[in-house]
Design a protein around this ligand. Sequence first.
Ligand code: SAH
Length: 216
Amino acid sequence: MKTEGASDRDHMIRLLRRRGIRDERVIAAMDAIPREQFIPEAFRTDTYGDHPISIGFGQTISQPWMTAFMTQVLELRGSERVLEIGTGCGYHTAVLAQTAASVVTIEYIPELAAVAEENLRRLGLEKNVTFLSGDGSGGVPEHAPYDAILVAAGAPSTPQALLDQLDSDGRLVIPVGSLDDQELRLITRHGNAFQSETVSLCRFVPLRGSEGWDPS
Ligand code: SAH
């Protein structure tokens, strides 16, 4: 018997494969997690379409391809400690929790942080997740180092603090650019050397806070 959203999810998975998502662990996580349950009821139309959707408070849930692609470039194998900056409604947090060992996630808007935690708890996906609310633009040094850091909001530049909190061989994915358009950068640490490449173009909501667009 098909559960709610399952056939839409099949469609989403086919689309992700067609668009080049190859990491089977990412595919398995997105196939298993009921994405529609992370979207507030008022915005639940075409929840599996490949576009961002409003989640309230002026914020959005990323399009499925972007969630999959950002996770894929982190090359998670199941043993990693991950920091996610910008929890939003928690959908990407759930994907990370299923593909890595543990996740620390931080959200600027306290109401969204609470909703995200509730969403994961309802599905029993919260066990390896630490939920924080506040400005994560400078990372979360208390739990560092991380094998992977994912920033889900567009930054004016790459905060040095995030590079400092990466473990050796760690990977950081971050949208960097103007308020309207960014490049998605993948930065890999090798000892004290950092290699940066642009892996996509993108448009994210602005990163706020001390290392973001309103550093006051
Ligand atoms: N990860 C989400 C996308 C969330 S949108 C998904 O599942 O698709 C980006 C989120 O980043 C917003 O909720 C916004 O409030 C948050 N954000 C912006 N600046 C932040 C900051 N400095 N620290 C933590 N969260 C921040």
